[in-house]
Write a protein that binds this ligand. Structure first.
Ligand code: ADP
Ligand code: MG
Length: 712
């Protein structure tokens, strides 16, 4: 940054060994500037600190060797298996390496290449190494420096210099792209690392005393080590350093958004005497669970403050979120305001209306329904009552935030998003003048760590306890051989008057295919249970047909519903006791858990039978069979899938984490969040001199984030 020119800020094109053509390829990796290159970190390391001398390899041992390819070729075996073989030589001797079934390697490994390979040493006409992993450390072709591009030649030579097959080296492997190999990237970084780091100097967005408290290294040291570690053991601490930076600035961004809402937008302090809320608590036929009481008191306190509430209420299916939401709505109403609850579909809105009618009957409070299905005169009247303030508790769908709907005095909006995330709705709500309080209900338990990353700008209330006396749903994961027994069991339950679901996965590429599979099964089941009303529900039906099928099941006229995942996640049929899920590997754990939550809502024992198509059930299905707690399953899911999937592009407003691993770095997430909130509390504008560097860094990152954000 000092002086005029900064290679950190300059285009990567002008760095040694790059040039315009490579710069274009770097751009594909989102590397545009020198700083980007510095932050383009290896995703794994080949540890050659324990390289074995080829002459000393013994059959049966697991070895890592580095040697030059002296000959190679593809050899067909008698069993028509094509094997790629290469003989490699180091200072001590030579050995044959063999890759059965991978003839294409012939195109990527050449004579003269320097190869690192690790795997078992077997006996096959002599010693043979069968690499589990290998990387080409340097290319014979690069070393000849054949290209006319002087910089490429320099980079290649330097690359070779850094990759001498001496013991005691760790080889970083970089994310690469077409036309830009990890070796070329490594060479470019090697050429420029010293000057990039010297340009960086001791610039560090994280204060030194924090680093000490968290025992993390300074930035320059972390970057140097990550690019050129002397030992693999040094890597993790440096990765955590970058993870902290990333998590802290993300939390700072969240904290500022939260502060802006709290300070700049006028809200309502609901502080009327608790008349209605107290009556409801008295009228309920049960006591709140400890978790419900905690969530309610958090919400109550939050609503009492003048800043607008912006809170996520998370709880497993059946954990009793609705009662808590009802209390919040009553708190707004007893303060003379209106409260609305917005459901994702008409059916769910109607279900909420019935629930509230029952629950609030004793309080003499009539819910008003407003959905797309309310039309004509009924609609005009509803709009009038909402506009005049006569309707105090309003239940609806997105129709509630459409044009022409004017609330007399909106106080609280509850968004029942079930498994949808509602980022868009939240944004829309904030845009309206005086901000009503907002409570978002989600039945998708996600680990706290992930919630903080995804919804760091929301406050979080968690109901992590089910009401007492629930019978856990019995879950069985079965292979195809158990189908008959399972359907016999289903028949028994249906004969006893119970209802059931059979679910097919959504085949993304082909709705037609999915519909066909479900149709075939529907016909089979209809033939098998002639006395039962069986209905079919899939994505190809019109919405009127879907609606009709769902309603018939709700009313109990349909005994068995064969459906693809279009069945509504929030639907509540207490008489349904069996959930059969076909081809379950196609579902994510969260989805399976949601589906299972459709049963077990009444007094009878419920069952969930899950079929796997493969020979043995996946780790995910085994977890599903063992665990019924949604939060535990979510943690498990995070562990099995890795966080990559959870931040998938389909997730609206997803945040990309490049360095942090939530399971490993949870402590850093909490530490970053605490600090971010403390800073913003006293200095939301980040204008104090001690905080200016944070603002500078946020701007830097924010500009980069634009490109990193996937919203889709
Ligand atoms: P969620 O919306 O979280 O899926 P609900 O609010 O629909 O859960 O509650 C599920 C069922 O449990 C409802 O029938 C509700 O009346 C009942 N319930 C809620 N809280 C309690 C409680 N503390 N004790 C007993 N039953 C409860
Ligand atoms: Mg519910």
């Amino acid at each position: 940054m000092k002086g005029g020119r900064s290679i950190l800020r300059g285009s990567v094109q002008y760095l040694k060994g790059v040039g315009p053509r490579r710069a274009e390829r770097f751009a594909k990796l989102d590397v545009h500037t020198g700083r980007d290159l510095l932050y383009h970190l290896p995703y794994r390391y080949e540890d050659a600190t324990t390289v074995d001398a080829i002459s000393e390899l013994k059959v049966g041992q697991d070895a890592t060797v580095i040697g030059r390819v002296v000959s190679k070729g593809v050899i067909p075996t008698r069993r028509r298996l094509r094997v790629f073989r290469a003989v490699i030589r180091d200072g001590s001797g030579h050995i044959e390496c063999a890759w059965p079934g991978r003839p294409w390697l012939d195109r990527t490994i050449d004579k003269g290449d320097l190869l690192l390979a690790s795997g078992p040493v077997r006996f096959y006409h002599g010693r043979q190494l069968q690499p589990r992993e290998h990387i080409v450390l340097s290319r014979a072709s690069d070393e000849r420096g054949a290209s006319g591009d002087g910089s490429a030649e320099r980079s290649a030579r330097s690359g070779e210099h850094g990759e001498r097959p001496a013991a005691g080296r760790v080889f970083p492997v970089y994310p690469a792209t077409e036309g830009l190999t990890h070796r070329q990237i490594r060479a470019v970084i090697h050429l420029n690392l010293a000057s990039l780091l010297s340009d960086l100097g001791d610039e560090d967005p994280i204060p030194g005393d924090w680093l000490q408290e968290l025992s993390l290294p300074p930035l320059a040291e972390a970057l140097r080590t990550l690019h050129r570690p002397s030992a693999v053991a040094r890597v993790e601490r440096c990765q955590r350093r970058l993870a902290f930076e990333e998590l802290f600035f993300l939390q700072l961004l969240h904290a500022r958004a939260r502060a802006r809402l709290r300070h700049e937008v006028r809200g309502v302090a609901f502080d009327a005497p608790p008349t209605l809320t107290r009556s409801l608590l008295k009228a309920l036929p049960f006591e709140l669970t400890a978790a419900q009481r905690r969530a309610w008191s958090e919400i109550e306190a939050d609503m009492g403050r003048p800043a607008p509430m912006n809170r996520l209420l998370q709880g497993d299916v059946g954990s009793g979120k609705t009662v808590v939401a009802a209390l919040a709505m009553l708190k707004a109403i007893e303060a003379g305001r209106q409260a609305a609850i917005m459901a994702p579909t008409e059916l769910l809105a109607e279900q909420h209306r019935r629930t509230f009618e029952k629950m609030l009957g004793p309080l003499d409070l009539e819910p008003e329904l407003l959905t797309g299905a309310v039309t004509g005169k009924a609609r005009r009247q509803a709009l009038e009552r909402i506009g005049a303030g006569d309707a105090r508790l309003i239940v609806g769908t997105h129709a509630l935030i459409q044009e022409g709907v004017e609330f007399a005095s909106p106080g609280l909006v509850v968004i029942d998003e079930q498994h949808r995330f509602g980022v868009e709705q939240r944004r829309r709500l904030r845009e309206s003048g005086e901000a009503p309080d907002a409570l978002v209900m989600s039945a998708t338990p996600i680990p706290r760590s992930l919630a903080l990353v995804l919804y760091g700008d929301l406050d979080l209330s968690i109901i992590d306890e089910l009401p007492p006396g629930r019978r856990p749903i019995r879950t069985a994961v079965r292979g195809p051989e158990s189908r008959d027994a399972a359907f016999d069991f289903l028949g028994d339950q249906l004969a006893q008057g119970r209802q059931a679901y059979v679910i097919y996965p959504l085949v993304e590429e082909s709705e037609a295919l999915e519909a066909r599979a479900a149709t075939v099964m529907f016909e089979q089941l209809q033939a098998r249970f002639p006395d039962i009303a069986v209905r079919l529900l899939h994505g190809r039906l019109s919405s009127a047909e879907k609606d009709e099928a769902m309603r018939s099941f709700l009313a109990g006229d349909t005994g068995l519903l064969v459906a693809t995942t279009v069945i509504e996640v929030g639907i509540d049929v207490p008489n349904a006791t069996v959930m059969i899920i076909e081809d379950a590997e196609r579902f994510g754990l969260a989805q399976l858990h949601q589906l299972r939550g459709r049963v077990g809502r009444g007094a009878e024992q419920s069952y969930c039978i899950v079929f796997h198509a493969s020979e043995t059930p996946s780790e995910r299905l085994i977890a599903f069979e063992r665990k019924t707690d949604g939060f535990e399953l979510a943690e498990e899911d995070l562990r099995i899938r890795g966080q990559g999937d959870l931040f998938g592009k389909e997730q609206h407003g997803a945040v990309l984490l490049r360095f942090a691993q939530l399971d490993r770095d949870f402590d850093l997430l909490e530490a970053g969040r605490r600090r971010a909130r403390a800073i913003v509390e006293t200095d939301a504008g980040l204008s104090k001199s001690a905080h200016r560097r944070f603002r500078h860094e946020l701007d830097l990152r924010y500009a980069r984030r634009e490109a990193l954000y996937h919203v889709g």
